[in-house]
Design a protein around this ligand. Structure first.
Ligand SMILES: *[C@@H]1O[C@H](CO)[C@@H](O)[C@H](O)[C@H]1NC(C)=O
Ligand SMILES: *[C@@H]1O[C@H](CO)[C@@H](O)[C@H](O)[C@H]1NC(C)=O
Ligand SMILES: *[C@@H]1O[C@H](CO)[C@@H](O)[C@H](O)[C@H]1NC(C)=O
Ligand SMILES: *[C@@H]1O[C@H](CO)[C@@H](O)[C@H](O)[C@H]1NC(C)=O
Length: 175
């Protein structure tokens, strides 16, 4: 009985762990506008100051939580951002529920504002998306040797070690 169960559970466990590894390495994080999930997109808030304290990377998601009765989210160009022009936006992010997400797909500066005149009350933000830096543990290492473009850095070894420990622990606690 126990043997059968084990033979099924262990591969499943490994698959879950591997899936998690892939997801954590490739998926960006979600960044709430204004730093809060509820009503973070609102007038009379300095988003310039806020964005200066943040780092944005390609594949990160911006989350705009706001009162849908008043505000919306429009992606605009630099000129429109500077002059609060809400006509003919680059992209209308507004979904209708007051909970919009926008993926930063490219390493460029994105501009957003709210229509309805609220842009004049500070509801505009410029976000510069950077390319992902190498994992911190790989940064101080010397330049890669020519021809050996291995990505298997300290980060991955640590990850595997951690996984080995977790799996062993799970295995023991199950049997
Ligand atoms: C927002 O903060 C930035 C940086 O501190 C500042 O330069 C700017 O004048 C502020 N804007 C408003 C509308 O207060
Ligand atoms: C920027 O967007 C505005 C409309 O919001 C448009 O009139 C203008 O032509 C655009 N500028 C560029 C350089 O695309
Ligand atoms: C954006 O989309 C919303 C609904 O999805 C719509 O109500 C609104 O008029 C649109 N705004 C612009 C400027 O296109
Ligand atoms: C590595 O390759 C670059 C060009 O791709 C070359 O300039 C450099 O000298 C090479 N370094 C070594 C250590 O071979």
């Amino acid at each position: 009985m126990g043997g059968e169960r084990r033979s099924i559970i262990v591969p499943i466990l490994w698959m879950m762990v591997l899936a998690l590894m892939v997801v954590t390495r490739t998926q960006g994080k979600r960044i709430n506008l204004g730093g809060v999930k509820e009503q973070g997109w609102k007038p009379d808030y300095n988003y310039t100051e806020w964005s200066m304290k943040q780092r944005f990377y390609v594949n990160d998601w911006l989350y705009f939580g706001y009162d849908r009765k008043f505000y919306n989210v429009l992606q605009v160009n630099k000129t429109a951002y500077e002059n609060c022009i809400s006509e003919d936006p680059v992209f209308n992010v507004t979904g209708g529920a007051g909970r919009d997400v926008f993926e930063l797909k490219k390493p460029v500066t994105y501009y957003f504002l709210s229509g309805g005149g609220y842009c004049y009350h500070g509801m505009k933000v410029a976000v510069h998306a950077e390319n992902h830096p190498p994992p911190p543990s790989e940064q101080p290492s010397p330049p890669a040797k020519n021809g050996s473009q291995s990505n298997f850095g300290t980060y991955n070894i640590m990850l595997l070690l951690g996984l080995a420990v977790i799996t062993t622990w799970l295995f023991k606690s199950l049997y």
